[in-house]
Design a protein around this ligand. Structure first.
Ligand SMILES: Cc1cc2nc3c(=O)[nH]c(=O)nc-3n(C[C@H](O)[C@H](O)[C@H](O)COP(=O)(O)OP(=O)(O)OC[C@H]3O[C@@H](n4cnc5c(N)ncnc54)[C@H](O)[C@@H]3O)c2cc1C
Length: 378
């Protein structure tokens, strides 16, 4: 069912219509096949790039779309509703560009940002390591300055687009107490990818370890001052979490739509099952969860668009939207009964895909810690 969207300006209605059409015609029909085959949708990212959808919240000066975050997130929601792996990929791409767009010098931005925003290049965001997940600041990948370049050694874990990406926004230790951000070219000698992780869901989205073995990275690829790496990583995540919230809402909306359509068509005891109050209330609760999760991410995005602090609200949005997606997709399987448990319908896949947004970009336990920290500070 099309979502009746409230946009900050009518001029964005065409953009939303373009995204919705592309999602319906070019993404949704391929999703089940690619996910089953664990095939990475590289061509579909190129298509998003050509359609101007890969750099939406960034400045037009470097090839972005200059659209408010609340509009970008609603585009993202439509993409994720059609195909979660592509939605998450778009969100990761946006997050991978954040460091350069917000902390790079004009010279660095002139050099690299247009290729990243115009869609020729696909990005990855490399913070986590196998021993440094929730405790990301414990990372141990080292970059040693040697004249005009860094020598990087270590292994990043769980990297979305690992092995597929053209650039890696990578947090590295440049001193005992110093974490910095390097924008590393995917073709750098000494950079390699491990075989992709075998995952429960989001199987079209490649996740892999990235190994740096004496990788030589030009010193001018340092983004922001040395030592600013965690500040950059955490501010990237504040915005990135809004992207994950929007993806989760898209996934939940897709599950709700499937459940409603099935319940209208399925008859038991001589009437459509949607007319049983037991299911009416279940579907109503699902719709309420989707609408309220959407309102929560939009509230955070509007604060961001107005230059207000939004970190706490981003954590609330990520927590609420991803928990809602888990519940709504699980309930959608219930509405479809036995059919919901088969691969003939997409809801079982939606349910598998809903689990990981509760885990990445800070688990939902970590979101609660962040929210509590804000409460203590107030
Ligand atoms: C599919 C996928 C894609 C990913 N993509 C990326 C990516 O592109 N880039 C990237 O850098 N990372 C990525 N990640 C990594 C992701 O961000 C981490 O998995 C996540 O931060 C959790 O870290 P961990 O897996 O090491 O779990 P752990 O930190 O070991 O946590 C295990 C459990 O302990 C809980 N826990 C930990 N500390 C606390 C605490 N202080 N209080 C309460 N509970 C706690 C956690 O909530 C969790 O339930 C990805 C992960 C997955 C699964």
């Amino acid at each position: 069912m099309p979502v009746d969207r409230l946009l900050p300006d009518r001029e964005y209605a065409d953009l939303l219509a373009l995204a919705t059409e592309l999602a319906r015609d070019e993404l949704k029909p391929l999703a089940a096949e690619y996910e089953e085959a664990e095939r990475f949708p590289r061509e579909q990212f190129r298509l998003l790039g050509k359609s101007g959808l890969l750099g939406l919240p960034y400045s037009e000066r470097w090839g972005g779309g200059d659209v408010p975050y609340e509009v970008y997130l609603q585009v993202l929601e439509e993409i994720a509703a059609a195909w979660m792996s592509v939605g998450v990929g778009l969100s990761v791409q946006t997050m991978s560009c954040f460091a350069l767009a917000h902390y790079g010098t004009d010279e660095q931005r002139d050099r690299w940002l247009p290729g990243m925003l115009e869609g020729q290049l696909l990005g990855a965001y490399a913070l986590s390591e196998s021993h440094a997940g929730s405790d990301a600041a414990a990372l141990s990948t080292r970059a040693r300055l040697n004249g005009d370049h860094y020598v990087v050694n270590g292994t990043k874990a769980w990297i979305t687009h690992g092995g597929q990406a053209d650039f890696y926004t990578t947090m590295v230790r440049t001193g005992e107490d110093e974490i910095s951000c390097l924008l590393i070219d995917g073709n750098t000698p000494g950079l390699s990818a491990a075989p992709p992780e075998r995952k429960m869901g989001l199987t079209g989205s490649t996740t892999a370890q990235i190994i740096f073995s004496d990788a030589r990275v030009d010193a001018d690829r340092l983004i922001g001052p040395a030592g600013a790496g965690m500040r950059i990583a955490l501010s990237s995540l504040d915005s990135g979490r809004l992207g994950i919230a929007a993806c989760a809402v898209g996934l939940a909306q897709a599950a709700l739509d499937e459940a409603v359509a099935y319940a209208k068509g399925r008859t038991q005891f001589g009437k459509p099952i949607i007319d049983f109050q037991g299911l009416e209330f279940l579907l109503a609760d699902m719709a309420a969860a989707v609408d309220s999760a959407r309102a929560t991410y939009l509230d955070a995005a509007r604060r961001r668009d107005r230059g207000m602090p939004f970190g706490r609200q981003a954590s609330v949005a990520k927590l609420i939207a991803t928990d809602a997606a888990m519940k709504v997709t699980t309930d959608a399987v219930q509405v479809l009964g036995g059919a919901g448990y088969t691969r003939d319908f997409p809801v079982e896949r939606y349910m598998r895909e809903a689990k990981v947004p509760q885990i990445f970009e800070g688990t939902n336990q970590i979101q609660r810690m962040i929210i509590a920290r804000h409460l203590k500070r107030a």
